[in-house]
Design a protein around this ligand. Structure first.
Ligand SMILES: C[S@@+](CC[C@H](N)C(=O)[O-])C[C@H]1O[C@@H](n2cnc3c(N)ncnc32)[C@H](O)[C@@H]1O
Length: 335
């Protein structure tokens, strides 16, 4: 790999040629011009839709490789370039305390700045009547319709609930606000656990919701177990993909496999799942239903919602599956 220092005189076509020949570019010009160069590079390697999932991923990987080759130097979280923004707080939140010089892909840095903004402003969650403040690298509940599903489906008689893979803590907060006396929320990401604790404190719910860093389940039993797992069963490309990509469906299988053993008699499992994986040919509906059966769970009810977010494919549906153990209360199967 060759590292080249470049500036405002570099054209996007030349930059792309250099990158394609294995160079990494360190920017030494005007910060705003670097953003323009990045945008121009992005137009040359578009994130085109269409084709098979594998083709889309190949294009995504190529795009990421090109766009991540334009680097910005930071010194103790400060950028020493003309017209550069103050990124000290944003970098502190994403990378921890400052520690000398660091080369950061501009694309990542813009994500860090955006995440800082989102954390400051928060996201209005109608089901809570409050804002949730996501941290960098934590799944943000911008698709609020799935939160509404958890907010308005009839609750079973529940004193204790688990929220597995809590992210910002949004679903745990909804459950606590709905009157469940004790909620235990888990996540295996340290960033998510810190973020959830902060949100729950801010909402005044930290006495009723405990947040635990662990793989899947905490010890003990619950009357209601809720989970909104990463919904695409494929290998994450970046560390930030872990909230969306679940390699080999590991989390979903682990969750289903253990859910029944964590339920009190009469308890329910609420699984929130988009069917995007089915549209991409990565999992069939029959596989999912087999997974429920294999886990000793049957479908009591299913509520569907069409995501309203900008990039939702027309056909994508997110469902709240209410599952209960075989042999428990008489539910009608209507999947
Ligand atoms: C799609 S996000 C959902 C976040 C949140 N529940 C929500 O609805 O906004 C999935 C979450 O599961 C977490 N996760 C993934 N694998 C996990 C595991 N094995 N154990 C616990 N949490 C996990 C991720 O860190 C991420 O926060």
């Amino acid at each position: 790999m060759t590292v080249i220092t470049v500036n405002d005189t570099l054209s996007a076509d030349r930059a792309l040629r250099l990158i394609d020949h294995g160079s990494t570019l360190v920017w030494d010009g005007d910060f705003q011009n670097a953003k323009q160069l990045l945008a121009a590079l992005g137009r040359r390697v578009p994130a085109a839709e269409g084709g098979s999932f594998q083709e889309q991923r190949r294009r995504q990987a190529r795009r990421a490789q090109v766009l991540n080759s334009l680097l910005i130097a930071t010194h103790d979280h400060t950028i020493r370039l003309r017209r550069a923004p103050d990124v000290r707080q944003a970098c502190l939140e994403a990378y921890g305390p400052p520690g000398g010089e660091r080369l950061i892909p501009l694309r990542e840095l813009l994500g860090v700045i955006g995440a800082h903004q989102l954390r400051l402003e928060g996201i209005e969650v109608p089901a809570l009547g409050a804002r949730i403040h996501p941290h960098y690298g934590v799944f943000a509940p911008t698709r609020s319709e799935y939160v509404e599903l958890v907010g308005d489906r009839p609750l079973p008689r529940a004193t204790v609930a688990f929220d597995i893979g809590t992210g910002t803590g949004v679903l745990a907060a909804v459950l606590a606000r709905r009157g469940i006396r004790r909620v235990v929320a888990t996540d295996n990401s340290t960033r998510a656990v810190e973020c959830a604790r902060e949100n729950l404190r801010r909402l005044g719910l930290d006495a009723s919701v405990e947040v635990v860093e662990t793989d899947l389940f905490p010890p003990g039993l619950a009357d209601l177990v809720v989970c909104n797992p990463p919904w695409i069963p494929a290998r994450p490309i970046t560390p930030l993909d872990h909230a969306v990509y679940d390699e080999d469906g590991r989390m979903l299988r682990g969750f289903l496999g253990q859910a029944r053993d964590h339920l009190n008699p009469g308890g329910e499992v609420w699984l929130v799942l988009s069917d995007l994986a089915e549209h991409l040919g990565l999992r069939s509906r029959a596989d999912l239903l087999d997974g429920f059966r294999y886990a000793g769970l049957r479908v009591a009810d299913r509520s569907d919602v069409v995501p309203r977010h900008r990039r939702a494919r027309e056909k994508e549906v997110t469902s709240l599956w209410r599952l209960c153990p075989f042999g428990s209360a008489a539910f009608v199967e209507r999947a």
